[in-house]
Design a protein. Sequence first.
Length: 125
Amino acid sequence: MKEEDMFRKYDSGRNPFRTPSGYFEDFTPRLMERIKAEGQQTAAQPAPVRVTVKPVRRLMRYAAAAVIAGVCIGAGTYLYQRQLNLPSPSDAMAEYVLDEDELDDVLDYEMLDNSKIAYYLTEAY
């Protein structure tokens, strides 16, 4: 209610929107005439131009798509064959574990002797 009172105070109760006298008396016939005129204008406009793709361009598009598909299939085949030729991780670990000279070098570097190795193996678990 406070807002309505504030609005009434500032506009002094009169309607700020005004229409010319007699505006709505012949509104419907004028509106129908405008609609009819706009319909005639749109009918007079030419039809949109249809664009056709030339057969050579269509052929080039298909050729480009075929080349891209061939490159993708070839790259996939190459990578798949390359993956088949890789050694398995278990083979690589077996070679590493069986290399006793390298294991001795690591133990010497860490300064571990047999008693410390036995301690770590028994006490850690």
